[in-house]
Design a binder for this molecule. Sequence first.
Ligand code: GDP
Length: 179
Amino acid sequence: SVEPGSPYRVVLLGASGVGKTAFASIFAGAADSMDSDDCELCGDEVSEREIEVDGETASILLLDTWDAEKGDEWTQERFMQIGDAYLLLYSITDRASFLRASELRITLRRFRPARHTPIILVGNKCDLVRRREVSASEARASAAVFDCKFIETSAAMQHNVWEAFYGIVRQLRLRRDSK
Ligand code: GDP
């Protein structure tokens, strides 16, 4: 059965080069993607598709923020306000992107009260083991402090990417069911 109502809006956030576009392409797969002219946010790309999680279909609208750093403040704030859930990406090979994720988490908390918006901290590029700059245990600890879940992924190897989306849907449902 399809969940009623509008799709869940899931926003990809993170520094430039961490793998947001790669994530969005895996998600989009064969789904139609609309170009930016159709998007009220004028972002890079938006795609919508249904995915089955635990035997129930969920509809997700994925918003790939083009580099939040380059976007104007209004646009950034808009993204902070409209998501039902957030995938906060960094690259395990780039400590600066990990610090950037922490900053984004803090900004997000200002816009969204902590317990109500599901956020998953995503350490991408876990295939690049020799270039690792951020350990999983450090990231897990940071996620705990920031009250979000944590997962390591490799968009290049298509490892754990769908698990990140499933995790988001499960958290959204927990929130829905507790209402
Ligand atoms: P964005 O700026 O956040 O959208 O990052 P992109 O998706 O454009 O990725 C930046 C670069 O990292 C590209 O060359 C990707 O091919 C590469 N990349 C993305 N994800 C991974 C990954 O999981 N592993 C590896 N090795 N490279 C990746």
